[in-house]
Structures are given as C-alpha cells and as structure tokens.
Write a protein that binds this ligand. Structure first.
Ligand code: MG
Length: 382
C-alpha cells in the first residue's frame, strides 16, 4: 500500500495519532502494518482457532472458528478498502483483532461472564479486545499489551457502554472511548470492518448452518436475497445443485455485498466530501450498503437469529457452555490459587478471574471445568 495513493479521507499511517508509549518507526513497515504484525504474533490471536463462532469447537472440524471468521472479515474488508483507496493495513489490523476479547463458547460465554461480573463492572467483549491489546498480552520489555496505534485501538473498540466509556475517558482523555461519551464515528477503515464483520458472518453462518443440517435449503428459499441469487445462479448454470449451488449463491452474495458497499460508500463520500479522516469522525456514518441491500441483509440476519442461533440444538449446547463459564468463575473465586500466578495475585480479584476465563479456548475451559468440578459435560469432549 502506497500512502501517497490513499484517499484524502483515509487514515494515513504517517499522520497516526501514535502509540501510548512512543516508539521509533520501523521502516519499511508502516505503523499500521506493524500493528497487524503484532496482532498476528500475539497469543490471543493464536487462541482464536479454538474459540467458538456458532458451533462449539468439538462439534466438527469444518465449521468456522473465531480465527477463520477473523480472516474472512479481513479479506472482505481489504477488498473494499482497496477499491475505496483506504488504508488496507489498518483495515486488516482491526479485522484480525476485532474478536480477540471473545470468551470461549461465543456469545453464551460472554453472557455468562457478564452475569458473573454484574456487581463488578460487567463484561463486554469489545472492551475486552481492547484490554487484550492494551494490557493482557505480555511479550514486550517496555510495556504491557501490544502498544498499538490509536487508529487500530479506535477500530477495536466497536461498542462500549456509557459507564465504561466514561471510566476509560477519565484514564485516557481523548482516547478510543472519547466518541462514546461525546458522540462521533470511528475512521472509515473501522466502519468498513464493522460492515465486513456482519457480511462475513451472514454468509458463513449459512454455509455452516446447512453443513450442520440445522438449516435446510428449503428454509433458505424463504429468504428473499437467497432466493433471488439462487435463481440468478441457476439461470447461468441450469443444472447446478447441492453444495456447489450453495457455494455459488454465497459467492454471489459476498461479491454483491462488497460491490454494493463500495458503490454506496463512494456515493456517500462524494456527497459528504470530508476533508480528511477527522472530518469522517465528525460526520454521520459514511460506510454503508444501499438501502435495498441493507434491507435484504437485515432480513437474512433475522432468519439466522430465528432459525440457527436460536435452534434448540444450538441453545442446548450454549446453555451447557453458560454453566461451564459460571462454574469456572465460582471455582476460581473460591480458590484463586487454581489459576496461574499472574492472575492469582492481583488486587482486582473478580476482574482477574474474568480475564483468565475470557482468554480460554473452548477445549481448555472444558478441561479446567472437569478438573475443578469432577464433572464432564459434552460427552467425550473434555
Ligand atoms: Mg466478528
């Protein structure tokens, strides 16, 4: 990526707001390339391979995990970023880091941990992703965390409750939580990753849903965008069916989404004409889909919620996962010495337990649960 070729509203790495601990540049890498590299080499990134997206890790080898999801998000967001002359390295860094704070067992794990932490500030996975890159990774001599650039951290903190934002803002005035207190948007690169995240999971969860047998092709016909693209695919390939038909429809869905995102965002940028990246932050959201495709994607999401994420077979697994997380929390609270010394000896005992559990992979959480409770959930898994 040549910084001179960036659009005026892109985040230019040469104009970064910098790192919390100042560091000399490391040419020929740009500051955001360097962030991407630090993320890829982090322990939290490697653990994403054994963390649930929708299906718990032991349910099958072909399902998405947080790692493959993050790579797919990075791919979609980079395609769009290149077409829009935005900062591809920054987009990739944000995409690869966006789920680092996820607990084991997906949203069920996060809900359980939030419940356990209710009296002590709660648990939010976006905030935890920032905590991972700011504090919990311990691999550099001079600082805790990865000491990433402001723009990368801004993109990682996608949501934040008002209470937590005010707390962060007191600790770091003008930092990534500023916009949750005072209003405003993140960079276009961050906005692009948010949309790419949604696009990626909608497409891959259909694939995984069908593969698992929890969603049938007949059900998908009730989703307008799916039926429309399936017709187009069969108009071009009359005898296409089964898996190849599904993949062709999903391929068309992704291309259409990325193409539409680039087109609608270009139009929004032309009419808003922001002078630079800071003008983007002060404007309404500029990365967007066209209203027609936005409506189709919303309908697809509603379908996935109703038919996949709330499918009895999925919720049965996630109920067990919730119990595992709550029981682990109780076990470490009553016996902190069961945790590694880094966690056992800290002042904020509850937060230390939450950090330790949040960092676990699905399978490690199951092993620890069995070790501490003597019970084995998910037959054969632990
Ligand atoms: Mg995600």
């Amino acid at each position: 990526m040549n910084p001179a070729a960036l659009a005026p509203w892109a985040c230019d790495p040469r104009a970064s707001r910098g790192r919390r601990v100042a560091q000399a540049p490391a040419p020929p890498r740009s500051e955001h390339q360097r962030d991407r590299d630090r993320i890829v080499h982090s322990s939290a990134f490697r653990r994403l391979v054994y963390k649930t997206q929708v299906f718990v890790n032991h349910e099958g080898d072909l399902f998405r995990t947080r790692l493959t999801h993050s790579i797919e998000v990075a791919q979609l967001a980079r395609s769009a970023a290149r077409a829009l002359a935005l900062n591809e390295d920054l987009v990739e860094a944000i995409a690869l880091a966006h789920d680092l704070g996820h607990t084991p067992f997906g949203h069920a794990g996060q809900d359980a941990l939030h419940e356990c932490m209710r009296e002590c500030g709660g648990f939010e996975h976006n905030l935890q992703s920032l905590r991972v890159v700011d504090r919990l990774e311990q691999r550099y001599p001079e600082f805790d965390g990865l000491n990433l650039c402001f723009e990368t951290r801004e993109g990682i903190l996608k949501h934040c409750s008002r209470r937590n934002a005010e707390r962060l803002e007191r600790l770091e005035p003008g930092g990534p939580a500023w916009r949750f207190v005072h209003g405003g948007q993140p960079s276009l690169e961050a906005q692009l990753v948010n949309l790419a995240d949604e696009m990626a999971y909608c497409a891959h969860d259909i694939d995984d849903g069908v593969r698992s047998g929890l969603i049938t092709p007949a059900q998908l016909e009730t989703v307008p965008v799916f039926a429309r693209l399936r017709e187009c695919a069969q108009a071009d390939h009359a005898r296409l069916e089964g898996k190849r038909l599904l993949f062709e429809v999903l391929r068309r869905l992704i291309s259409e989404l990325v193409g539409d995102l680039v087109g609608a965002t270009t139009a929004a940028l032309e009419s808003a004409a922001p002078a630079d990246a800071d003008a983007v932050r002060a404007a309404p959201p500029l990365a967007r889909l066209s209203p027609a495709l936005r409506a189709e994607l919303d309908e697809l999401r509603r379908f996935l919620f109703a038919e996949l994420y709330r499918h009895p077979q999925v919720t049965q697994t996630t109920d067990i996962a919730r119990t595992v997380v709550s029981e682990l929390f109780a076990a470490y609270r009553s016996a902190p010495a069961e945790m590694p010394a880094d966690y056992a000896g800290t002042d904020d005992a509850e937060r230390a337990v939450a950090d330790y559990i949040a960092g676990m992979t699905d399978r490690f959480a199951l092993r620890e649960h069995q070790r501490l409770t003597g019970r084995r959930v998910f037959g054969g898994a632990a």
